[in-house]
Design a binder for this molecule. Structure first.
Ligand SMILES: Cc1cc2nc3c(=O)[nH]c(=O)nc-3n(C[C@H](O)[C@H](O)[C@H](O)COP(=O)(O)OP(=O)(O)OC[C@H]3O[C@@H](n4cnc5c(N)ncnc54)[C@H](O)[C@@H]3O)c2cc1C
Length: 414
């Protein structure tokens, strides 16, 4: 009996378990998935939790519920990967041998990478919303905050869902407007990038929205430290930004397991072939989702596209066939812009976000790079799609894994 092990039962790992269970012959293959936690979080919901738009119940469920029958579920911390021995060691000391390994251990925040960030003011005047605990603590703070300087800050790139901090700024604008206290809140968006987003076309559209909502922008800010005693963040060029409430996205890093196993780059991401998803260093190891070093967005939608292609490639690898070099970095992201509207962007490694409609050219119903209420409904529907389709590995109709496949998604691809 051959063994396939999936490390991590988050978005990517759960999808891969669901895809592979029906594709691998049960007589020949034993599939095991390992995760340290009992709870599976809907991380996109962490954006809405601080504003009381979602409840805590709506963003978490028992992870095991989504692991299909026929897949062994092990709830334990993974200590080490030993590629030379085709072996994984768990915290209890138990070893798991594999023929094929899929690494889906994601990325997490590391506030301790920045001086002063997770010191005595952590969760008092300095918060993150990229974790369940952070989003919940920030919700409690915002419920009673009386206003002042709100600074929304990105420490360094890459981060998961790179548009989420901007969405947070837009939602904050609309939240304080609805509370009738927008005039008491001064909002500043601070980024290490030279604009609001990583892609120039989307940056232009988003810059306009920041201006319209009276959100100040500080760009090229490479933070050196948080001076929590004097409520300011300071960068390497000695630029200072004062805050009363700092909402930061700390450095994002792959799990320490990857570092301990000597398998990562300097941010603990697995060097991965950007088209096949095979690891660069070991031919029987594949990586997916946030755990990779791919120059694609770290997003659930991206992991969903990767999962379809990786499933094919695992089957090809087993059959001794050449892998498909098919993943093109396809990302499809809703950007919540507040006041019941959202924008949608669709791009890949080589294509900038384009204008038009999605998924059907000329028909929509979603509009690309333009705010609309339909896009907002799409963003809110994503939670249902996530729990009921995405992590169950169910194909989302009319949405291609690759951006330009058969010219489906793009007018320009026709
Ligand atoms: C605020 C926010 C908003 C977002 N918004 C969107 C959005 O609108 N659209 C979108 O597509 N994406 C969004 N995302 C991103 C999306 O949630 C992630 O990209 C996606 O969850 C990545 O899936 P993954 O499986 O690679 O990692 P994860 O889902 O994080 O899973 C990794 C799993 O590995 C496990 N693990 C790691 N190390 C170990 C270990 N040593 N031992 C045992 N288990 C381990 C973890 O416990 C975890 O369960 C958002 C994320 C955040 C934080």
């Amino acid at each position: 009996m051959k063994k396939l092990i999936i490390l991590g039962a988050g978005t990517s790992g759960t999808m891969m378990a669901n895809h592979l269970v029906s594709k691998l012959d049960k007589k020949d293959w034993n599939i095991t998935i390992v995760d340290q936690y009992e709870t599976h979080y809907y991380q996109p919901g962490f954006l809405f939790l601080p504003f009381d738009i979602y409840t805590t119940k709506q963003v978490k469920k028992k992870g095991k519920k989504f692991i299909p029958k026929g897949v062994n579920y092990v709830q334990e911390k993974i200590e080490l990967i030993l590629p030379a021995e085709n072996k994984v060691t768990l915290e209890s000391g138990k070893d798991l041998n594999y023929d094929i390994l899929i690494v889906a251990t994601g990325t997490k925040t590391a506030p301790d990478e920045t001086e002063g960030m997770d010191g005595p003011e952590w969760y008092k005047s300095i918060f993150d919303f990229y974790t369940y605990e952070g989003a919940k603590a920030l919700r409690d703070k915002l419920r009673k905050w009386e206003g002042g300087k709100l600074v929304i800050h990105i420490t360094e790139m890459p981060i998961k869902c790179p548009v989420a901090p901007l969405e947070f700024a837009f939602l904050a604008d609309s939240f304080f407007k609805h509370k009738g206290m927008r005039d008491k809140v001064d909002i500043t968006f601070v980024t290490p990038l030279d604009g609001a987003f990583t892609k120039p076309k989307a940056t232009a559209a988003l810059h306009y929205l920041l201006e319209e909502k009276n959100i100040k922008e500080v760009t090229n800010f490479n933070i050196e430290r948080v001076d929590y005693e004097n409520n300011k963040i300071i960068d390497y060029a000695d630029t200072e930004v004062e805050y009363d409430l700092l909402v930061t996205v700390p450095t994002n890093m792959g799990d320490a397991l990857i570092e301990r196993s000597g398998m990562g780059d300097d941010l603990n991401y697995i060097p991965t072939n950007k088209a096949t998803l095979q690891s660069i260093d070991n031919e029987n190891i594949f990586a997916i989702g946030d755990a990779t070093n791919l120059p694609a967005s770290k997003a659930g939608s991206v992991a969903h596209f990767e999962a379809e292609i990786l499933t094919d490639n695992i089957l090809r690898y087993i059959n001794g066939e050449p892998l498909k070099e098919e993943f093109d970095g396809h990302a499809n992201c809703f950007i919540e812009t507040g006041n019941g509207k959202a924008l949608l962007i669709d791009f890949n490694y080589t294509h900038e976000p384009v204008e038009g409609t999605f998924p059907f050219p000329g028909v929509g119903p979603l509009s690309l790079l333009k705010e609309s209420r339909t896009n907002h409904m799409g963003k809110m529907a994503f939670r249902w799609i996530y729990w009921n389709m995405l992590i169950k590995g169910i194909h989302i109709p009319f949405v291609s894994a690759t951006m330009t496949e058969k010219g489906k998604n793009y007018e320009e691809a026709k």
